[in-house]
Design a protein around this ligand. Structure first.
Ligand SMILES: *[C@@H]1O[C@H](CO)[C@@H](O)[C@H](O)[C@H]1NC(C)=O
Ligand SMILES: *[C@@H]1O[C@H](CO)[C@@H](O)[C@H](O)[C@H]1NC(C)=O
Ligand SMILES: *[C@@H]1O[C@H](CO)[C@@H](O)[C@H](O)[C@H]1NC(C)=O
Ligand SMILES: *[C@@H]1O[C@H](CO)[C@@H](O)[C@H](O)[C@H]1NC(C)=O
Length: 385
């Protein structure tokens, strides 16, 4: 098909090339009879057209826009609100984006989180998975937030559908957060200035180890440091040290509170699978989206840290925190090994179904990754020792 098209476009070019040749010949003939002035005009026009042809051929046009003049093509967008009439108020566009899942049962926690993000610097986008939207109107920030409501969907489902990289490319950093986070020791503006300074393409605030559900040693807060990029603990069979090159020792963040740079998000978006709603497995592969060395460009910010409350927010009774309390203990016993299912007998049935689903999805994702690697002859594993 492609070949055919190529050769047919060559055919179409043929008369043009032929004409050019003729003009050139005639031009040469004229030179011999010394009409130099007119000729140099002609040939310069030809040269110009040739240059133009060459330039236009190499010019990039977004797919689908080839038939439009370039200046009219708006291939990217943003989430700024626009007035219905009158001039646009001369406000500075917002620099960053906070997108988070939001159920009305977590109203207080969501409100606290949003209040940590200055409204002049952050666009706020809420993914409502419980159908409640009007119930948020009591908060002043709700009026300028972007509300998306689809019942029973996860953060990753929303992110894949509503945070397309071309839509959110206006934002330097994208916070894609869960709602069950304690933010007493977190300030978004300071956080952004730290990751900018440290050159972190993918990051998360450290988890307070005393009060959080900590799944991975690596993301647990270290005292006295501003940022850390690796852990030195022994994790299962892995003995993490300064020579470790990847997860679980370095080069990943957890999925409850990741922060992406524009470029890292563009890559990560592509990795999110449409049918794997819980996003499990992506965390350990984020290194491939780190825009270079994952041991340098991925890090945990210790000086701005959060609590992970570990509430069963989707697919379970969110009111009953005793569930998650018990989950915490089983978690910390087998800390940091997600592939080992924790006992699920004490959980509500919705919750345990979700749990089962996440492990199944993790296996599917790993399987897909393996196959993709096997079938892509051109792909080079940049992290292969
Ligand atoms: C870190 O600091 C907290 C109190 O701020 C203290 O309880 C804890 O023992 C410290 N941990 C280490 C490893 O120094
Ligand atoms: C790390 O690598 C260096 C150089 O190969 C080696 O000398 C050192 O012993 C290694 N450290 C650990 C903890 O294995
Ligand atoms: C959403 O999930 C709840 C259970 O968690 C269920 O009762 C309800 O029917 C679901 N709604 C839709 C539209 O799927
Ligand atoms: C939560 O669990 C406790 C005991 O485990 C029970 O007494 C209580 O009624 C539950 N609350 C809700 C809202 O389900």
């Amino acid at each position: 098909m492609n070949k055919k098209r190529k050769s047919s476009s060559l055919l179409r070019l043929f008369p043009f090339v032929f004409l050019l040749g003729m003009v050139f010949l005639i031009g040469n003939a004229f030179i011999t009879v010394d009409y130099k002035e007119g000729i140099s005009g002609w040939s310069s026009i030809i040269r110009l057209n040739l240059a133009k042809l060459k330039m236009c051929k190499t010019q990039f046009r977004p797919p689908g826009s080839e038939t439009l003049p370039r200046g009219i093509v708006a291939s990217k967008s943003d989430l700024e609100m626009r007035p219905l009439w009158g001039a646009k108020r001369n406000k500075k566009p917002k620099q960053n984006l906070l997108a988070m899942a939001a159920g009305i049962k977590q109203k207080e926690s969501v409100n606290k989180i949003v209040n940590k993000f200055s409204s002049s610097e952050f666009v706020v986008m809420l993914f409502h998975y419980d159908g409640s939207v009007d119930e948020w109107k009591e908060f002043e920030w709700s009026e300028t937030a972007i509300h998306i409501s689809v019942v029973n969907q996860t953060k990753w489902w929303f992110a894949k559908r509503f945070l397309h990289p071309d839509i959110v490319s206006a934002y330097s950093y994208i916070f894609l957060w869960d709602e069950d986070l304690g933010v007493d020791n977190f300030d978004a503006r300071r956080y952004v200035s730290i990751i900018k300074e440290e050159g972190l393409e993918i990051s998360q605030p450290a988890l307070d180890p005393h009060l959080s559900e900590v799944h991975h040693q690596h993301t647990s807060r270290e005292n006295k440091s501003r940022v850390h990029r690796r852990t030195y603990k022994v994790i299962g069979r892995a003995r993490c040290n300064e020579n470790s090159t990847g997860p679980p020792c370095t080069g990943f963040v957890e999925m409850m509170a990741p922060v992406f740079s524009r470029a890292a998000w563009r890559c990560t978006w592509h990795m999110i699978q449409n049918d794997l709603n819980h996003g499990w497995g992506i965390d350990f592969q984020l290194g491939y989206c780190a825009q270079g060395d994952r041991t340098k460009n991925i890090g945990i910010v210790d000086s701005e840290y959060i609590l992970h409350l570990g509430l069963p927010t989707l697919g379970g009774s969110a009111e009953n925190k005793t569930d998650s309390g018990e989950l915490d203990q089983t978690k910390s016993q087998h800390s940091s090994d997600k592939t080992k299912p924790s006992p699920i007998s004490q959980m509500s049935s919705g919750r345990s179904e979700v749990r089962k689903q996440t492990y199944a999805e993790l296996e599917t994702f790993k399987h897909r990754w393996k196959n993709a690697v096997k079938n892509d002859e051109c792909w080079i594993d940049r992290f292969r020792a």
